[in-house]
Design a protein around this ligand. Structure first.
Ligand SMILES: [Zn+2]
Ligand SMILES: [Zn+2]
Length: 443
Protein backbone atom coordinates (compact mmCIF):
# COMPACT_ATOMS: atom_id res chain seq x y z
CA UNK A 1 0.00 0.00 0.00
CA UNK A 2 1.33 3.43 -0.90
CA UNK A 3 1.19 6.64 1.05
CA UNK A 4 3.07 9.90 0.53
CA UNK A 5 3.31 10.61 4.19
CA UNK A 6 6.81 11.27 5.42
CA UNK A 7 8.25 8.17 6.96
CA UNK A 8 9.06 9.68 10.31
CA UNK A 9 5.41 10.65 10.73
CA UNK A 10 4.29 7.05 10.69
CA UNK A 11 4.57 5.10 13.87
CA UNK A 12 5.78 1.53 14.03
CA UNK A 13 2.30 0.04 13.94
CA UNK A 14 1.40 2.01 10.81
CA UNK A 15 4.72 1.17 9.17
CA UNK A 16 4.15 -2.56 9.60
CA UNK A 17 0.80 -2.28 7.83
CA UNK A 18 2.08 0.10 5.18
CA UNK A 19 5.01 -2.08 4.18
CA UNK A 20 3.31 -5.46 4.36
CA UNK A 21 -0.36 -4.97 3.52
CA UNK A 22 -0.01 -5.71 -0.20
CA UNK A 23 1.77 -8.96 0.50
CA UNK A 24 -0.80 -9.86 3.12
CA UNK A 25 -3.67 -9.15 0.70
CA UNK A 26 -2.01 -11.23 -2.06
CA UNK A 27 -1.40 -14.17 0.28
CA UNK A 28 -4.96 -13.97 1.50
CA UNK A 29 -6.31 -14.06 -2.05
CA UNK A 30 -4.19 -17.08 -2.86
CA UNK A 31 -5.14 -18.94 0.27
CA UNK A 32 -8.86 -18.17 0.31
CA UNK A 33 -9.59 -17.81 -3.41
CA UNK A 34 -11.12 -14.38 -2.75
CA UNK A 35 -10.01 -10.92 -1.70
CA UNK A 36 -9.69 -10.00 1.94
CA UNK A 37 -12.88 -8.40 3.34
CA UNK A 38 -13.33 -4.88 1.96
CA UNK A 39 -13.75 -3.36 5.42
CA UNK A 40 -10.26 -4.59 6.35
CA UNK A 41 -8.68 -2.70 3.49
CA UNK A 42 -10.82 0.34 4.26
CA UNK A 43 -9.72 0.33 7.90
CA UNK A 44 -6.06 0.01 6.95
CA UNK A 45 -6.31 2.96 4.54
CA UNK A 46 -8.07 5.11 7.10
CA UNK A 47 -5.63 4.20 9.83
CA UNK A 48 -2.64 5.03 7.64
CA UNK A 49 -3.89 8.52 6.92
CA UNK A 50 -5.05 9.26 10.46
CA UNK A 51 -4.11 12.79 11.46
CA UNK A 52 -2.66 13.55 8.01
CA UNK A 53 -3.51 17.19 7.35
CA UNK A 54 -3.47 16.57 3.61
CA UNK A 55 -6.65 14.54 4.06
CA UNK A 56 -8.42 17.18 6.09
CA UNK A 57 -7.93 19.39 9.10
CA UNK A 58 -9.35 21.73 11.70
CA UNK A 59 -7.46 24.98 12.01
CA UNK A 60 -7.33 26.84 15.30
CA UNK A 61 -6.37 30.39 16.18
CA UNK A 62 -4.77 31.22 19.52
CA UNK A 63 -6.66 34.10 21.08
CA UNK A 64 -3.71 34.96 23.28
CA UNK A 65 -0.76 35.10 20.87
CA UNK A 66 -2.30 34.78 17.42
CA UNK A 67 -0.55 31.52 16.47
CA UNK A 68 -2.35 29.10 14.14
CA UNK A 69 -2.53 25.33 14.56
CA UNK A 70 -3.82 22.67 12.19
CA UNK A 71 -5.10 19.39 13.55
CA UNK A 72 -5.62 16.53 11.08
CA UNK A 73 -8.92 14.64 10.99
CA UNK A 74 -8.84 11.46 12.99
CA UNK A 75 -9.75 8.21 11.27
CA UNK A 76 -11.96 6.64 13.97
CA UNK A 77 -10.87 3.21 12.80
CA UNK A 78 -10.84 0.44 15.36
CA UNK A 79 -7.51 -0.56 13.91
CA UNK A 80 -5.99 2.77 14.80
CA UNK A 81 -4.06 2.85 18.05
CA UNK A 82 -4.88 6.53 18.37
CA UNK A 83 -8.60 6.36 17.64
CA UNK A 84 -9.98 3.21 19.19
CA UNK A 85 -10.22 5.13 22.44
CA UNK A 86 -13.14 7.10 21.03
CA UNK A 87 -15.20 3.92 20.89
CA UNK A 88 -14.13 2.99 24.40
CA UNK A 89 -15.42 6.32 25.67
CA UNK A 90 -18.74 5.90 23.89
CA UNK A 91 -19.23 2.45 25.37
CA UNK A 92 -18.30 3.59 28.85
CA UNK A 93 -20.75 6.45 28.75
CA UNK A 94 -23.47 4.13 27.57
CA UNK A 95 -22.68 1.54 30.24
CA UNK A 96 -22.80 4.21 32.91
CA UNK A 97 -26.29 5.15 31.85
CA UNK A 98 -27.55 1.59 31.73
CA UNK A 99 -26.05 -0.30 34.67
CA UNK A 100 -28.10 0.23 37.82
CA UNK A 101 -26.24 2.13 40.44
CA UNK A 102 -25.59 0.50 43.80
CA UNK A 103 -26.29 -2.97 42.46
CA UNK A 104 -23.51 -5.53 42.73
CA UNK A 105 -22.63 -7.12 39.41
CA UNK A 106 -21.05 -10.42 38.64
CA UNK A 107 -18.86 -11.26 35.72
CA UNK A 108 -19.79 -14.39 33.79
CA UNK A 109 -17.45 -15.63 31.08
CA UNK A 110 -18.71 -18.10 28.49
CA UNK A 111 -16.56 -20.01 26.02
CA UNK A 112 -16.96 -22.86 23.55
CA UNK A 113 -14.60 -25.68 22.52
CA UNK A 114 -11.98 -24.78 19.94
CA UNK A 115 -13.56 -26.85 17.19
CA UNK A 116 -16.68 -24.64 16.96
CA UNK A 117 -14.86 -21.29 16.96
CA UNK A 118 -14.27 -21.05 13.20
CA UNK A 119 -18.00 -21.49 12.55
CA UNK A 120 -18.93 -18.70 14.94
CA UNK A 121 -16.46 -16.38 13.25
CA UNK A 122 -17.56 -17.33 9.75
CA UNK A 123 -20.64 -15.10 9.67
CA UNK A 124 -21.78 -12.11 11.66
CA UNK A 125 -25.23 -13.65 12.03
CA UNK A 126 -23.60 -16.46 13.95
CA UNK A 127 -21.82 -13.97 16.18
CA UNK A 128 -25.16 -12.45 17.12
CA UNK A 129 -26.69 -15.89 17.66
CA UNK A 130 -23.74 -16.66 19.92
CA UNK A 131 -24.27 -13.58 22.07
CA UNK A 132 -28.04 -14.08 22.28
CA UNK A 133 -27.63 -17.74 23.29
CA UNK A 134 -25.37 -16.78 26.19
CA UNK A 135 -27.86 -14.22 27.44
CA UNK A 136 -30.68 -16.74 27.15
CA UNK A 137 -28.76 -19.27 29.25
CA UNK A 138 -28.04 -16.79 32.05
CA UNK A 139 -31.58 -15.40 32.06
CA UNK A 140 -33.07 -18.87 32.18
CA UNK A 141 -30.78 -19.95 35.01
CA UNK A 142 -31.98 -17.09 37.21
CA UNK A 143 -35.63 -17.42 36.22
CA UNK A 144 -35.67 -21.09 37.15
CA UNK A 145 -34.02 -20.45 40.48
CA UNK A 146 -37.24 -19.08 42.03
CA UNK A 147 -39.69 -20.35 39.50
CA UNK A 148 -42.74 -18.65 40.95
CA UNK A 149 -41.07 -15.27 41.22
CA UNK A 150 -39.72 -15.21 37.66
CA UNK A 151 -36.85 -12.83 38.40
CA UNK A 152 -35.32 -10.95 35.49
CA UNK A 153 -31.76 -9.66 35.80
CA UNK A 154 -29.87 -7.11 33.69
CA UNK A 155 -26.98 -8.14 31.45
CA UNK A 156 -24.30 -6.13 29.67
CA UNK A 157 -22.75 -8.51 27.13
CA UNK A 158 -19.36 -7.92 25.56
CA UNK A 159 -18.15 -10.10 22.70
CA UNK A 160 -14.42 -10.55 22.48
CA UNK A 161 -12.95 -12.11 19.41
CA UNK A 162 -9.43 -12.73 20.56
CA UNK A 163 -7.39 -14.07 23.43
CA UNK A 164 -4.38 -12.31 24.89
CA UNK A 165 -1.87 -13.60 22.38
CA UNK A 166 -4.01 -12.31 19.53
CA UNK A 167 -5.28 -15.84 18.87
CA UNK A 168 -8.84 -16.28 17.70
CA UNK A 169 -11.06 -17.14 20.59
CA UNK A 170 -14.55 -15.66 20.43
CA UNK A 171 -15.86 -15.58 23.98
CA UNK A 172 -18.42 -13.68 25.98
CA UNK A 173 -18.01 -11.50 29.03
CA UNK A 174 -21.28 -10.77 30.77
CA UNK A 175 -21.75 -8.24 33.51
CA UNK A 176 -24.85 -9.52 35.32
CA UNK A 177 -26.79 -7.65 37.99
CA UNK A 178 -27.03 -9.57 41.25
CA UNK A 179 -30.61 -8.56 41.52
CA UNK A 180 -33.63 -8.11 39.34
CA UNK A 181 -37.35 -7.56 39.02
CA UNK A 182 -39.80 -10.30 39.83
CA UNK A 183 -43.21 -10.77 38.24
CA UNK A 184 -44.77 -8.52 40.89
CA UNK A 185 -42.36 -5.78 39.84
CA UNK A 186 -40.43 -5.95 43.09
CA UNK A 187 -36.66 -5.74 43.30
CA UNK A 188 -35.08 -9.03 44.41
CA UNK A 189 -31.46 -9.77 45.18
CA UNK A 190 -29.99 -12.64 43.20
CA UNK A 191 -27.01 -14.49 44.46
CA UNK A 192 -27.46 -17.68 42.60
CA UNK A 193 -25.06 -18.63 39.87
CA UNK A 194 -24.89 -22.39 39.70
CA UNK A 195 -22.00 -23.03 37.34
CA UNK A 196 -22.86 -26.69 36.83
CA UNK A 197 -26.33 -25.86 35.63
CA UNK A 198 -25.18 -22.90 33.61
CA UNK A 199 -22.64 -25.05 31.72
CA UNK A 200 -25.41 -27.29 30.44
CA UNK A 201 -27.77 -24.45 29.66
CA UNK A 202 -25.06 -22.55 27.77
CA UNK A 203 -24.16 -25.63 25.76
CA UNK A 204 -27.80 -26.36 24.98
CA UNK A 205 -28.68 -22.85 23.88
CA UNK A 206 -25.58 -22.15 21.84
CA UNK A 207 -25.69 -25.49 20.01
CA UNK A 208 -29.42 -25.33 19.35
CA UNK A 209 -29.24 -21.74 18.14
CA UNK A 210 -26.26 -22.38 15.86
CA UNK A 211 -27.90 -25.45 14.35
CA UNK A 212 -30.95 -23.37 13.58
CA UNK A 213 -28.83 -20.53 12.17
CA UNK A 214 -26.91 -22.74 9.73
CA UNK A 215 -30.07 -24.29 8.27
CA UNK A 216 -30.17 -23.68 4.56
CA UNK A 217 -26.68 -22.14 4.49
CA UNK A 218 -23.46 -23.47 3.00
CA UNK A 219 -22.41 -24.51 6.51
CA UNK A 220 -25.27 -26.90 7.14
CA UNK A 221 -23.76 -30.07 5.67
CA UNK A 222 -20.44 -29.76 7.43
CA UNK A 223 -21.67 -28.53 10.78
CA UNK A 224 -25.07 -30.02 11.56
CA UNK A 225 -23.68 -33.34 12.78
CA UNK A 226 -20.55 -31.81 14.26
CA UNK A 227 -22.58 -29.49 16.44
CA UNK A 228 -24.88 -32.31 17.51
CA UNK A 229 -21.94 -34.45 18.60
CA UNK A 230 -20.93 -31.78 21.11
CA UNK A 231 -23.49 -33.05 23.63
CA UNK A 232 -21.79 -36.44 23.68
CA UNK A 233 -18.27 -35.05 23.64
CA UNK A 234 -18.91 -32.54 26.41
CA UNK A 235 -21.41 -34.23 28.73
CA UNK A 236 -20.94 -31.63 31.48
CA UNK A 237 -21.57 -28.70 29.15
CA UNK A 238 -19.37 -25.82 27.98
CA UNK A 239 -17.03 -23.73 30.07
CA UNK A 240 -18.50 -20.99 32.23
CA UNK A 241 -16.89 -18.89 34.86
CA UNK A 242 -19.04 -16.97 37.33
CA UNK A 243 -16.84 -14.60 39.26
CA UNK A 244 -18.24 -12.49 42.04
CA UNK A 245 -16.91 -8.97 41.67
CA UNK A 246 -15.21 -7.62 44.73
CA UNK A 247 -14.36 -4.22 43.31
CA UNK A 248 -16.53 -1.55 41.77
CA UNK A 249 -18.19 -2.58 38.55
CA UNK A 250 -16.75 0.44 36.71
CA UNK A 251 -13.30 -1.06 36.82
CA UNK A 252 -14.53 -4.22 35.15
CA UNK A 253 -16.53 -2.31 32.56
CA UNK A 254 -13.53 -0.13 31.69
CA UNK A 255 -11.37 -3.19 31.29
CA UNK A 256 -13.90 -4.96 29.07
CA UNK A 257 -14.55 -1.95 26.87
CA UNK A 258 -10.85 -1.27 26.43
CA UNK A 259 -10.14 -4.87 25.57
CA UNK A 260 -12.94 -5.31 23.09
CA UNK A 261 -12.40 -2.19 21.05
CA UNK A 262 -8.66 -2.12 20.84
CA UNK A 263 -6.36 -3.93 18.48
CA UNK A 264 -5.20 -7.08 20.24
CA UNK A 265 -1.92 -5.53 21.32
CA UNK A 266 -0.72 -2.08 22.12
CA UNK A 267 2.15 -0.36 20.38
CA UNK A 268 4.19 -0.57 23.56
CA UNK A 269 4.16 -4.31 23.22
CA UNK A 270 5.93 -4.31 19.88
CA UNK A 271 9.57 -4.87 20.74
CA UNK A 272 11.07 -4.90 17.30
CA UNK A 273 10.39 -4.74 13.57
CA UNK A 274 13.18 -5.23 11.04
CA UNK A 275 11.09 -4.87 7.90
CA UNK A 276 10.41 -8.62 7.81
CA UNK A 277 9.58 -9.84 11.27
CA UNK A 278 7.78 -8.43 14.26
CA UNK A 279 8.67 -9.26 17.84
CA UNK A 280 5.98 -8.60 20.41
CA UNK A 281 5.11 -9.28 24.00
CA UNK A 282 1.87 -10.52 25.50
CA UNK A 283 0.54 -11.94 28.76
CA UNK A 284 -0.39 -15.58 28.75
CA UNK A 285 -2.61 -16.21 31.75
CA UNK A 286 -1.02 -19.59 32.35
CA UNK A 287 2.59 -19.02 31.35
CA UNK A 288 2.94 -15.34 32.22
CA UNK A 289 4.76 -12.80 30.00
CA UNK A 290 5.65 -14.21 26.57
CA UNK A 291 7.67 -12.86 23.66
CA UNK A 292 7.08 -14.03 20.13
CA UNK A 293 8.64 -13.25 16.75
CA UNK A 294 6.52 -13.80 13.65
CA UNK A 295 6.55 -12.54 10.08
CA UNK A 296 5.00 -9.12 9.55
CA UNK A 297 2.37 -10.66 7.25
CA UNK A 298 1.32 -13.12 9.93
CA UNK A 299 1.30 -10.30 12.45
CA UNK A 300 -1.12 -8.31 10.29
CA UNK A 301 -3.31 -11.40 10.03
CA UNK A 302 -3.45 -11.79 13.79
CA UNK A 303 -4.26 -8.15 14.36
CA UNK A 304 -6.81 -7.60 11.63
CA UNK A 305 -8.91 -10.67 12.13
CA UNK A 306 -10.24 -9.04 15.25
CA UNK A 307 -11.87 -6.14 13.48
CA UNK A 308 -15.54 -6.68 14.09
CA UNK A 309 -17.77 -6.85 11.02
CA UNK A 310 -18.78 -3.38 9.90
CA UNK A 311 -21.53 -2.00 12.08
CA UNK A 312 -21.67 -5.09 14.30
CA UNK A 313 -22.53 -4.32 17.92
CA UNK A 314 -19.93 -5.91 20.16
CA UNK A 315 -21.62 -4.64 23.30
CA UNK A 316 -25.27 -5.51 23.83
CA UNK A 317 -27.75 -5.28 26.67
CA UNK A 318 -30.24 -7.94 27.71
CA UNK A 319 -32.94 -8.59 30.31
CA UNK A 320 -33.95 -5.51 32.23
CA UNK A 321 -30.99 -3.63 30.68
CA UNK A 322 -32.39 -4.10 27.17
CA UNK A 323 -33.30 -0.75 25.67
CA UNK A 324 -37.10 -0.86 25.63
CA UNK A 325 -37.32 -2.18 29.18
CA UNK A 326 -34.64 -0.41 31.18
CA UNK A 327 -36.17 3.06 31.45
CA UNK A 328 -39.47 1.69 32.64
CA UNK A 329 -37.82 -0.60 35.16
CA UNK A 330 -35.56 2.13 36.41
CA UNK A 331 -38.50 4.36 37.26
CA UNK A 332 -40.30 1.44 38.84
CA UNK A 333 -37.55 0.47 41.24
CA UNK A 334 -36.00 3.87 41.82
CA UNK A 335 -36.75 3.65 45.52
CA UNK A 336 -35.14 0.24 45.93
CA UNK A 337 -32.11 1.33 43.96
CA UNK A 338 -31.69 4.42 46.10
CA UNK A 339 -31.59 2.24 49.19
CA UNK A 340 -28.98 0.03 47.52
CA UNK A 341 -26.80 3.01 46.72
CA UNK A 342 -27.00 4.17 50.32
CA UNK A 343 -26.04 0.74 51.56
CA UNK A 344 -23.17 0.47 49.10
CA UNK A 345 -21.88 3.88 50.20
CA UNK A 346 -22.00 2.86 53.81
CA UNK A 347 -20.16 -0.34 52.99
CA UNK A 348 -17.42 1.49 51.15
CA UNK A 349 -17.01 3.92 54.04
CA UNK A 350 -16.80 1.00 56.44
CA UNK A 351 -14.06 -0.71 54.47
CA UNK A 352 -12.18 2.49 53.90
CA UNK A 353 -12.10 3.07 57.63
CA UNK A 354 -11.26 -0.50 58.43
CA UNK A 355 -8.39 -0.67 55.97
CA UNK A 356 -7.22 2.80 56.85
CA UNK A 357 -6.86 3.71 53.20
CA UNK A 358 -7.86 6.73 51.28
CA UNK A 359 -10.97 5.89 49.35
CA UNK A 360 -10.69 5.45 45.63
CA UNK A 361 -13.73 3.25 45.40
CA UNK A 362 -16.64 5.59 46.08
CA UNK A 363 -16.47 6.64 42.45
CA UNK A 364 -18.54 3.59 41.72
CA UNK A 365 -21.24 4.26 44.23
CA UNK A 366 -21.16 8.00 44.63
CA UNK A 367 -24.04 9.42 42.67
CA UNK A 368 -22.21 12.70 42.18
CA UNK A 369 -19.45 10.99 40.27
CA UNK A 370 -21.83 9.05 38.09
CA UNK A 371 -20.78 11.15 35.13
CA UNK A 372 -17.66 9.06 35.36
CA UNK A 373 -15.02 11.76 35.29
CA UNK A 374 -12.60 9.40 36.99
CA UNK A 375 -13.13 6.64 34.51
CA UNK A 376 -12.96 8.76 31.42
CA UNK A 377 -10.10 10.92 32.60
CA UNK A 378 -7.51 8.37 31.68
CA UNK A 379 -8.79 8.25 28.12
CA UNK A 380 -9.38 11.88 27.29
CA UNK A 381 -6.73 13.80 25.47
CA UNK A 382 -6.98 17.03 27.43
CA UNK A 383 -7.63 20.43 25.90
CA UNK A 384 -5.99 21.61 22.72
CA UNK A 385 -3.07 23.90 23.50
CA UNK A 386 -1.35 26.62 21.54
CA UNK A 387 2.01 25.37 20.22
CA UNK A 388 3.57 28.80 20.86
CA UNK A 389 2.30 30.03 24.21
CA UNK A 390 0.49 27.02 25.68
CA UNK A 391 -2.81 28.86 25.95
CA UNK A 392 -6.00 26.81 25.78
CA UNK A 393 -8.00 29.67 24.26
CA UNK A 394 -7.95 28.11 20.82
CA UNK A 395 -10.72 29.15 18.46
CA UNK A 396 -11.78 26.97 15.54
CA UNK A 397 -11.39 29.13 12.44
CA UNK A 398 -11.35 26.73 9.49
CA UNK A 399 -12.29 23.23 8.51
CA UNK A 400 -10.93 21.82 5.30
CA UNK A 401 -11.36 18.39 3.77
CA UNK A 402 -9.76 16.89 0.71
CA UNK A 403 -13.12 15.84 -0.74
CA UNK A 404 -15.18 18.91 0.12
CA UNK A 405 -12.56 21.66 0.14
CA UNK A 406 -12.95 24.53 2.61
CA UNK A 407 -16.05 23.54 4.55
CA UNK A 408 -15.88 26.35 7.02
CA UNK A 409 -14.00 29.60 7.30
CA UNK A 410 -14.76 31.91 10.20
CA UNK A 411 -13.80 35.03 8.23
CA UNK A 412 -15.74 34.15 5.12
CA UNK A 413 -18.73 32.98 7.12
CA UNK A 414 -19.13 36.36 8.72
CA UNK A 415 -18.37 35.24 12.22
CA UNK A 416 -15.54 37.64 12.72
CA UNK A 417 -16.23 38.22 16.36
CA UNK A 418 -12.66 38.13 17.50
CA UNK A 419 -10.38 41.05 16.92
CA UNK A 420 -7.38 40.27 14.77
CA UNK A 421 -9.12 37.60 12.75
CA UNK A 422 -9.83 40.04 9.97
CA UNK A 423 -6.21 39.83 9.02
CA UNK A 424 -6.36 36.10 8.38
CA UNK A 425 -5.85 35.30 4.72
CA UNK A 426 -9.20 34.74 3.05
CA UNK A 427 -9.98 31.29 1.80
CA UNK A 428 -12.67 29.91 -0.44
CA UNK A 429 -15.67 28.54 1.38
CA UNK A 430 -17.93 25.97 -0.16
CA UNK A 431 -20.38 25.34 2.62
CA UNK A 432 -22.33 27.39 5.12
CA UNK A 433 -21.62 27.77 8.79
CA UNK A 434 -24.26 25.28 9.84
CA UNK A 435 -22.43 22.28 8.50
CA UNK A 436 -19.34 23.42 10.30
CA UNK A 437 -21.05 23.65 13.64
CA UNK A 438 -22.31 20.12 13.28
CA UNK A 439 -18.86 18.99 12.28
CA UNK A 440 -17.20 20.81 15.12
CA UNK A 441 -19.54 19.03 17.50
CA UNK A 442 -18.58 15.74 15.99
CA UNK A 443 -14.87 16.18 16.70
ZN1 LIG B 1 -0.68 31.19 21.73
ZN1 LIG C 1 -6.96 7.19 13.85
Amino acid sequence: MATDRPFEELNLWQRIFLENWDKFAADYRQEHGESAPAHWQENVERMLSCGDIREGYYEYYCQDCGAMKKVGFTCKSRLCLRCFKVTVDEWLNQAKKVLFEGVVHRQVVLTVPKVIRPLILADEDFLKVYMDAGAKAVKELVEEWRRKKKIRVGIMAVLQLHGRAGNQNPHLHFVVSEGGIDKDKTWREVNYFDTKKLRKKWQYHVITALRKAIMGTEYETEWHGKLGSMFRQYPTGFDCDCMPESGPVERLVVYLCKYVSSPPISIRRIEGYDGQNVTYRYEDHLKGPMTETISAVEFIGRMIRHLPPKGFRMVRYYGIYARPIREKIHALVAGALKALVKRAEAMVQYFVKKLGRSSDTPASVDGADRSGSKVTEQFSKGPLRCPECGSVKMLLVRIWSKEAGMIYDIVKDGKNLVSGLGSLPMTKTENGGQTCCQMALAI
